[in-house]
Design a protein around this ligand. Structure first.
Ligand code: NAP
Ligand code: G4F
Length: 328
């Protein structure tokens, strides 16, 4: 039986990947860090089918011991401090986890079992102030945040360990991917959750930053398949994973509010508090290599994604209201 270890299993992608690998017949292990509360909401329906272990990308010895114990055939390194604004406030922590954390887990793989296939969650944030459009594997990087710089370090360490030690190490340069499991602070989920609350009369405005920012948004459920495909290939390599289409934050708002028959202009307020010291104004990826070499293509359209997220938040908010009524 193939055995996978996922770091960041409690995050959005971790939850989708764990489910995907279980369906493929894998034995799935996840690394979780200790907190004062349990962060298992996204994987609540999987906990009887996966094995969780404590660990942290900050702790080299714990990573080595974990690989020795689990003996995975594949490691998916999804753990990161992944929120760009936090990386401006906590650049050193972001570097420790999102950059050096990659070296620590690569060292663990190299030391414990160099035959392990390794996936690194790299990011389109590395393209930053883009040199060309669309961005592809050969596009130079120009990161615009401590997060983007950290991801770039992790990306090149993955390439370096592949070239230096012949590891089967792949870097997936994934463009923004969203879902009903997306963290509430990211712009898409912030919008869809607010839309649901506004539609239910619980809130009357939505404060956002840069509405002109353009992103190539896809569905997380589609993107975890690309991660897996990279590790099934004959040779390790790096791939852009994207839809090839971009939309503004404004367009996302319009579609999301339209789903509940509201006019976004009546509710969205621009608040400079949400501007970043340096933003990535536009991102649009070229997934041609992933299509040609992995046979990967996105299935969910932008409109379907927005609708899926609004519908899920409407359901959640209605359930919360019902619960509150029952309790009072
Ligand atoms: P996410 O929801 O923010 O999840 C991040 C995960 O990392 C959580 O499970 C978190 O655990 C864990 N983590 C954070 N610090 C850790 C540490 N020191 N040690 C161990 N685990 C730690 O992120 P996501 O959206 O699923 O993204 C997955 C990966 O893909 C990340 O590396 C992200 O940077 C990258 N990426 C994401 C996108 C996107 O659009 N989603 C695009 C490109 C790349 P807790 O639950 O305990 O906080
Ligand atoms: O949703 P965001 O916070 O995602 P961002 O910064 O693109 O990063 C995400 O995607 C990366 C892939 O490119 C990942 F690597 C990373 O881990 C993360 O998952 O912001 C998207 C855009 C930005 O330009 C931001 O300025 O939306 C703009 N925006 C406008 N108002 C806002 C807001 N972003 C947030 N979070 N909150 C706002 O109120």
């Amino acid at each position: 039986m193939r055995t996978a270890l996922i770091t960041g299993i409690t995050g959005q992608d971790g939850a989708y990947l764990a489910k995907f690998l279980l369906q493929k017949g894998y034995q799935v292990h996840g690394m979780v860090r200790r907190g004062s509360t349990l962060p298992f909401e996204r994987i609540a329906d999987l906990t009887d089918r996966i094995e969780l272990h404590q660990g942290d990308l900050l702790d080299q010895m714990a990573l080595n011991r974990l690989l020795e114990k689990v003996q995975p055939t594949e490691v998916y390194n999804l753990a990161a401090q992944s929120f760009v604004p936090t990386s401006f406030d906590q650049p050193i922590l972001t570097g420790e986890v999102t950059a050096l954390g990659v070296t620590r887990i690569l060292e663990a793989v190299r030391t414990v079992d160099p035959t392990i296939r390794f996936y690194q969650a790299s990011s389109s944030e590395m393209f930053g102030k883009v040199y060309e459009e669309p961005q592809r594997e050969s596009t130079p990087f120009w990161p615009r945040s401590p997060y983007g710089v950290s991801k770039m370090y992790g990306h090149w360490m993955t390439v370096n360990y592949r070239e230096s030690y012949d590891l089967f190490a792949c870097s997936g340069i994934l463009f923004n991917h969203e879902s009903p499991l997306r963290g509430i602070e990211f712009v898409t989920r912030k919008i869809t959750y607010a839309v649901a609350r506004i539609a239910q009369g619980l809130q009357n405005e939505l404060r956002l930053g840069n509405l002109d920012a353009e992103r190539d948004w896809g569905f997380a459920g589609d993107y975890v398949e690309a991660m897996w495909l990279m590790l099934q290939a004959e040779h390790p390599d790096d791939f852009v994973v994207a839809t090839g289409q971009k939309h503004t934050v404004r367009e996302f708002c319009r579609l999301a509010f339209e789903r509940v028959e509201l006019d976004w202009k009546k509710y969205v307020v621009v608040d400079e508090k949400f501007y970043r010291p340096a933003d990535v104004n536009t991102l649009c990826g070229d997934p041609a290599k992933a299509k040609a070499e992995l046979g990967w293509e996105p299935k969910v359209s932008f409109e379907q994604l927005v609708h899926m997220m609004v519908d899920a938040d409407m359901k959640r908010v209605k359930a919360d209201i019902k619960l509150l009524k029952e309790e009072s």
